[in-house]
Design a protein around this ligand. Structure first.
Ligand code: GTR
Length: 349
């Protein structure tokens, strides 16, 4: 492990304490016990470098397919000098641990949700503001704008280089007992959220009891009744089998929490310019590939969910939801004014 890497922005501390901390710490220890890795990637005899990329989802999930496309193109454009080994299924740890490992350099890369990333790069909290984007096109207009690129650039200050965004879909609630049909239905429910203060405040604004927790623990917590519900996009809800233990899905599409492709900053700075260009080009081309896979997956999964007997509630009028959660934008939006203005400008409706 490299000890000279600066840690310019310390992680905000709220999530590690408490019931779920022990498991997360144990995961981290297990990782260091099996060898961590080196800051600049392990070198091949031919002068090539191999970087590890941590991914929480299964092998055939759209973000993992995007990672693999990125890896394939990076090797091609660097003429074999850079090889990227994708580790799916949270093999290198849950997201909160994986991102710390990337910050320290013991893992070189990760594809991660901007929600836990927001605890390192606060501006990434933008994507957890509720009902901010009208649809995927609105999100992508922002991601591809100068503002979206500037926001990605903020990762630099925390020891990362952001290479690009992937499509995150839209997050919606699901519950095991009572279906959520109106904002008031969240009241009193214990809802899992990502490790994000914005999301904690979002569930609080609806009168629920927010529970930040690692993704890998959600299934058993729904099953045991520790949680009443959680929230995620269709492919996560389906692939993590959460629908088996929480059969009411309410498509309120409250957040589009961008997925981000990250590399450790020192690893990036240590690359020759031609290899940096190769990686950037690979990331730029992997993004539209991933987006295509994403759209197809959402459709297919909705179909499968219906087949599995999931009750799907469409929400047609978001006005009461926006109204009930306005305090979240007021509280967290004040530091994000420039980005929110850009999002507003790109709204067409
Ligand atoms: C998914 C996201 C994952 C992870 C997960 C979660 O939508 O792709 O990276 O953040 O949500 O809820 O923890």
């Amino acid at each position: 492990m490299n000890t000279s890497t600066p840690t310019p922005v310390a992680r905000r501390s709220l999530f590690k304490a408490g019931a779920f901390g022990a498991a997360a710490v144990a995961g981290g220890l297990a990782l260091s016990a099996c060898g961590g890795g080196s800051l600049r990637g392990s070198g091949g005899g031919d002068g090539s470098k191999t970087f590890k990329l941590a991914e929480t989802h299964p092998d055939d999930y759209p973000t993992t397919l995007g990672d693999k496309k990125f890896a394939e193109l990076a090797e091609k454009y660097s003429e074999g000098r850079i090889k990227i080994q994708v580790y799916p299924n949270a093999q290198l740890g849950e997201e909160s641990d994986a991102i710390e490992q990337v910050q320290m350099g013991s893992i070189e890369m990760t594809r991660i949700s901007s929600a836990p990333m927001g605890e390192f790069v606060p501006a990434m909290g933008l994507f957890s503001l509720p009902y901010l984007f009208d649809d995927a096109d609105h999100l992508w207009r922002f991601l591809e704008s100068e503002s979206g690129k500037k926001l990605l650039g903020e990762a630099d200050g925390a020891g990362f280089k952001g290479l690009g965004y992937f499509d995150p879909g839209a997050r919606s609630f699901y519950t095991s007992q009572k279906a959520i049909k109106a904002p008031g239905d969240v009241k009193g429910l214990k809802i899992r959220v990502q490790e994000s203060q914005v999301q904690i405040d979002f569930v609080k604004a609806l009168g629920g009891s927010p529970t930040p927790m690692d993704y890998g623990e959600v299934y058993s917590s729904l099953q045991s009744g520790l949680l009443d519900g959680a929230e995620n996009n269709e492919p996560s809800y389906y692939s993590a089998s959460h629908y088996e233990v929480a059969k009411n899905y309410t498509l309120d599409r409250h957040m589009r929490v961008a997925e981000v492709l990250l590399i450790n900053k020192d690893t990036w700075d240590g690359l020759e310019a031609k290899d940096q260009e190769a990686l950037q080009k690979a990331a730029d081309e992997a993004a539209p590939f991933q987006r295509e896979k994403w759209d197809a997956q959402v459709e297919a999964d909705l179909e499968k969910l219906r087949g599995e007997g999931v009750t799907i509630n469409e929400i047609s009028d978001l006005a009461p939801w926006r109204e009930a959660t306005r305090s979240v934008i007021d509280k967290h939006g004040s530091d994000l004014g420039e980005y929110i203005a850009a999002v507003e400008e790109l709204r067409t409706a």
